[in-house]
Design a protein around this ligand. Structure first.
Ligand code: KG4
Ligand code: ZN
Length: 344
């Protein structure tokens, strides 16, 4: 056997991603290219992703992004040995652009096609940065669309949901709170910056679903968002100036506290010794700091891919594709559908 080149295509939301990895005989995966085009600016004025705009943007960005990835890798399309693509979950129209493109490339090249789960990709990507993943780990996936605790087995092939948000995703809460505070979209980075200048104990915001009768591993962020809105309204009505850094720091502390407490508790309960935190919100400075502290106390190994790999990209799909290829799994048929509601 020689090394195999795996192409990964991602289009489940607002990022068009094409990644290329090299799968070595011994199972190691090496990142060769990671090209991403984002339509985030086109959604900014709507305060969230508009599906129709995302689909159209994928259609125009896909071929140029593929070209960029090939240039970055120094390879030709004919060097590709397998094509992996996000089959779901995600926005239907957006997924279809990636799936149709992947089918075209795979059939033109006469190489196997693998439809893979986007969430598994968010975990498998860490192998590109920190080496092979253990067979069993816990993943805290926190992005604009997801806030989930997942038991991951087989490097992202078998995923069991342990808990999830019952309302807003963590990233969504960041985006909504940014809107309340007149900060730009997406809200995570500006709130993270402001929070560094504020006092996390200035305002006591609620920790959702942490009561004794609440679901142990589920999250809720909508009450927190409402609490921030109410606080701002009350202060403004009373003619008091609000401290944006204090509001950001206190909000951020509430999010990081709940996410890390529940993740560490689940890891202990399930006897899992590795926690992977991924998704756009994993870039949050306070979340990774608190997770590092609490994991160290609990004897859990923490793995957080670098921010570029945490957000949606094609490299994560190529990484999971490489793993699936290695297991000699049956390729997906060329009439494979996009599967927006793909279960984890
Ligand atoms: O994974 P991602 O790029 O896209 C999906 O939602 O799938 O995640 C985007 C989300 C946005 O809601 C954004 O506000 C949030 O990740 N985000 C952050 C930070 N950077 C991005 N949230 C908190 N702190 C950050 N530093
Ligand atoms: Zn994602």
């Amino acid at each position: 056997m020689t090394d195999r080149i795996v192409l990964g295509i991602e289009s489940s939301c607002d990022e068009t991603g094409v990644g290329i990895v090299r799968l070595a005989d011994d199972g190691r995966v090496e990142l060769l290219a990671d090209a991403v085009a984002s339509s985030v600016d086109e959604h900014a004025r709507f305060g969230g992703v508009v599906p129709e705009i995302a689909s159209r943007a994928h259609l125009t960005a896909m071929a140029p992004t593929m070209q960029r990835a090939l240039e970055e890798s120094g390879l030709a399309l004919s060097d590709v040995d397998a094509v992996a693509v996000t089959a779901g979950p995600g926005l239907a129209g957006a997924l279809m652009v990636g799936v149709a493109s992947a089918k075209a490339y795979a059939s033109a090249l006469d190489v196997p096609l693998y439809g893979v789960n986007h969430l598994g990709g968010h975990v498998a990507v860490d192998a590109l940065e920190h080496g092979p993943l253990p067979e069993r780990c816990l993943a805290l996936l926190v992005s604009g669309g997801h806030s989930q605790l997942l038991l991951v087995e087989g490097v992202g092939e078998r995923i069991t949901e342990i808990g999830s948000t019952i309302d807003d995703a963590a990233g969504e809460a960041y985006d909504k709170v940014a809107r309340i505070l007149d900060l730009p979209y997406p809200g995570g980075p500006p709130i993270d910056e402001q929070a560094k200048l504020g006092n996390p104990e200035a305002i006591s915001f609620p920790r959702g679903l942490t009561g004794p009768r609440d679901a142990k591993y589920d999250f809720s962020f909508s009450g927190l968002k409402t609490a921030v809105a109410r606080y701002v309204e009350t202060e403004q009505r009373a003619g008091r100036e609000i401290s944006v850094p204090d509001v950001c720091a206190s909000f951020q502390e509430a999010v990081a506290d709940v996410l890390t407490a529940k993740a560490v508790r689940a890891a202990a309960d399930l006897e899992v010794d590795t926690l992977v935190i991924s998704g756009g919100v994993a870039a949050n400075s306070r979340l990774s700091e608190l997770a590092r502290q609490r994991c160290a106390e609990a004897g859990i190994t923490l793995r957080v891919p670098r921010p570029r790999l945490c957000t949606d990209n094609g490299a994560m799909i190529a990484a999971l594709g490489a793993h699936v290829l290695r297991t000699d799994a049956k390729p997906s048929p060329l009439d494979m559908p996009a599967n927006p509601g793909l279960p984890v």
